[in-house]
Design a protein around this ligand. Structure first.
Ligand code: NAP
Ligand code: ZN
Length: 349
């Protein structure tokens, strides 16, 4: 066992406090990572506040982890001390089911082990990246390309892969019309990635407040969804819509914006159910789908794609003492566009 310093919440409504947690003793296939930066994802908030179901406290959130290998187990072959590495939303899976064999560990038939709020194969409750160190089996660690700074790499481990994976799965090609609903952490990555893949990108945001940013990040068009005219102007115009909104929206209104055979994919995970009128789908053979993060192999592919195409998130680096404030701003849609915790500030609180 080793100790790590962490920021944890102790109940669904509580604020963050510094605490000490135990990381497991290094197993032969384990890597000990000294965490340098951790991104703040809206899923951290949904989970910690019990919005997706009851969890155990204290909880250390954080599944956008970037750091440096500090120690390796005796059987580790892929990483060495000093390597720049990342860990995303999962830290283990069964390794034997069809999904795992196909490199889609996120869809493991036995359920993947989440980076936090899960029980790992040793029976321990997992704690995430708002902490100084983490121990992870080497198969769930990815390599951060040299030209991506660690603070900017962190959000790629969730916001990046969660938007990259559906763009690839539904084979978005150059010239296709893609709409991104919500321009927060995931949304702004979807804009950058879809643009880098050659798509024609439209942002559908609640207001025009972030329009200049959207166009600078690679969007071709930007519309306010608070304006009913938007839904008339854009009717039947998109091949693909990615919905990143963390709250309940009218799915039917957005489905009306798809062209024949178009697909709308929900990556946003609001706690309340969304309803769909089947007539929004059957009239023009439209699809409504979901997608969850991406596999480890695809996460590495995404990082390499970002390195090659110079795609990195827009971040605001904060101290560990500012997490509560940052969460309030995420909830107010006032994130530009991902908060990243500088873990070196953790010990000083
Ligand atoms: P975020 O930074 O808070 O972005 C969400 C954006 O949605 C906001 O910036 C805002 O954009 C829009 N929005 C918020 N409330 C809204 C409302 N009431 N009506 C309409 N639009 C609203 O959150 P995130 O970290 O990107 O995460 C987004 C969602 O994806 C969360 O539910 C999260 O849990 C989920 N998620 C899913 C996966 C997965 O694997 N599927 C992975 C990570 C996260 P505008 O201001 O531009 O309107
Ligand atoms: Zn996330």
């Amino acid at each position: 066992m080793s100790k790590a310093t962490a920021r944890a919440v102790f109940d669904p409504k509580g604020s963050f406090q510094t605490t000490s947690i135990e990381r497991r003793e290094l197993q032969p296939d384990d890597v000990l990572i000294e965490i340098k930066f951790a991104g703040i994802c809206h899923s951290d908030i949904h989970t910690a506040r019990g919005e997706w179901g009851q969890i155990q406290y204290p909880l250390v959130p954080g599944h956008e982890i970037a750091g440096v290998v500090a120690q390796v187990g005796s059987a580790v072959t892929k990483y060495a001390v000093g390597d720049r590495v990342g860990v995303g939303c999962m830290v283990d899976s069964c390794g034997e089911c069809d999904s795992c064999k196909h490199g889609e560990e996120q869809y493991c038939s036995k359920g993947n082990t989440g980076t936090y709020a899960s029980i790992d194969r040793y029976g321990q409750y997992t704690q995430g990246g708002y902490s100084t160190h983490i121990v992870v089996t080497e198969n769930f660690v990815v390599r951060i390309p040299d030209n991506i700074p660690l603070d900017k790499a962190a959000p790629l481990l969730c916001a990046g892969i969660t938007t990259y994976s559906p763009l690839r799965h539904w084979e978005v090609t150059p010239g296709q019309k893609v709409a991104v609903v919500g321009m927060g952490g995931l949304g702004h990555m979807a804009v950058k990635l879809a643009h880098a893949m050659g798509a024609h990108v439209t942002v559908l945001s609640q207001s025009l407040k972030k329009k200049e940013d959207g166009l600078r990040l690679g969007a071709d068009d930007y519309y306010a969804t608070s304006d009913p005219e938007t839904f008339r102007t854009l009717k039947n115009s998109f091949d693909f819509i990615i919905n990143t909104v963390s709250a309940k929206i009218s799915v039917d209104a957005y489905l009306s914006l798809l062209a024949v055979d178009g697909t709308m994919v929900n990556v946003g995970a609001p706690p309340d159910p969304l309803s769909v009128n089947v007539f929004s789908l059957i009239g023009q053979r439209k699809s409504f789908a979901g997608s969850m993060i991406g596999g480890i192999r695809e996460t590495q592919e995404m990082l390499d794609f970002c390195a090659e195409h110079d795609v990195t998130p827009e971040i605001e680096v904060i101290a560990a003492s500012q997490i509560d404030e940052a969460w309030d701003r995420v909830l107010a849609s006032d994130v530009r566009y991902r908060f990243v915790i500088d873990i070196s500030t953790m010990e000083n609180d």
